[in-house]
Design a protein around this ligand. Structure first.
Ligand code: NAD
Length: 292
């Protein structure tokens, strides 16, 4: 079993650290929030008074922070953080951040670093079923398997540094575009006298089939577990989708291309968040689209 430093014990990180503890690892955690740290200690974790203290002697250091700025501050500004880890240690950043920052931070580290953003939300974090998209050296990826397996089910090596963030941006951009198209189709069918159930019965089996229809159907009824059946409580909050679409646009700029459907999706989620929808599930955007 390994000694793991864990920085960022919030909605996702708190569950992930608990799963590492359940798997028998020694976990030393740090969070700026006293309540997050208290919950971690109650689950059997050892508290640290700083990020550097959490990193001290760790064989693996995991970070799960809100955005690129926090990752930059943690790894580049806190002097000696990475060097405090044990020789041969692996750094794993699971935050969802921009590709350029992921690559810049990894290149500046004295230890191998993996960018390993996740999909699966807080439920996946709690149940240990997250999907990890991992960029960075393959030998570090192989060595970190026990750590990923304690927190997730699907673990894919996507190539060199930053590639995990590239795949995450691509996935969520595709998901947002698909969801908006799905919402528009359900509204159109409804307005022209076709029931949601009928449209679902056909499209869940036809060429338009997608996760947005079969798992996250944006109208109540056809998929009883979808957020539409509980007033669009998340799930995956629209504010997070909005953030990820911004990252996807940054990635498109880095790729010297225009992802115009992604840009349109970003504009839609920007409006939804501005109108107060940020805390709702991202499929709740159907309510805004109904208004036109
Ligand atoms: P969160 O805000 O609940 O947790 C982040 C934690 O980091 C907070 O507890 C905060 O106090 C702590 N923190 C911030 N700066 C710190 C610092 N310098 N040192 C120590 N602790 C610090 O966020 P979350 O929902 O857990 O999301 C974390 C990351 O995971 C984000 O990048 C998010 O985009 C991504 N993500 C979230 C979800 C989701 O459903 N919540 C799903 C997939 C990916």
């Amino acid at each position: 079993m390994a000694r793991v430093g864990f920085i960022g014990l919030g909605n996702m990180g708190g569950h992930m650290a608990r799963n590492l503890l359940k798997a028998g690892h020694e976990v030393i955690g740090f969070d700026l929030s006293a309540s997050a740290l208290e919950a971690f200690v109650a689950a059997g974790g050892k508290p640290a008074r700083s990020g550097v203290e959490a990193a001290q002697g760790a064989e693996f250091l995991v970070t799960m922070l809100p955005a690129g700025q926090h990752v930059r501050d943690t790894y580049l500004t806190q002097s000696g953080l990475a060097a405090a880890t044990a020789p041969g240690a692996i750094l794993i950043d699971s935050s969802t951040i921009d590709v350029a920052t992921a690559r810049e931070v990894a290149a500046a580290m004295p230890r191998p670093m993996l960018d390993a953003p996740v999909s699966g939300g807080t439920m996946g974090a709690e149940n240990g079923t997250l999907a990890f998209m991992v960029g960075g050296p393959k030998d570090a990826f192989d060595k970190a398997q026990p750590i990923f397996q304690a927190m997730g089910k699907t673990i894919v090596h996507c190539g060199g540094p930053g590639n995990g963030q590239v795949v995450k941006a691509c996935n969520n951009m595709m998901l947002a575009v698909t969801m908006i198209g799905t919402c528009e189709a359900f509204i159109m069918a409804e307005n022209l006298g076709v029931s949601a159930q009928t449209l679902f019965d056909v499209t869940s089996k036809a060429t338009a089939q997608s996760w947005a229809i079969t798992s996250y159907c944006p109208v109540p009824g056809p998929v009883p577990t979808s957020p539409a059946n509980r007033g669009y409580t998340p799930g995956f909050a629209a504010a997070l989708m909005h953030k990820d679409l911004g990252l996807a646009q940054q990635a498109a700029a880095d790729a010297n291309m225009q992802a115009s459907m992604g840009a349109q999706a970003l504009a839609f989620y920007q409006r939804f968040v501005a109108e107060g929808g940020g805390g709702k599930d991202f499929s709740g955007i159907i309510e805004m689209l109904r208004k036109g």
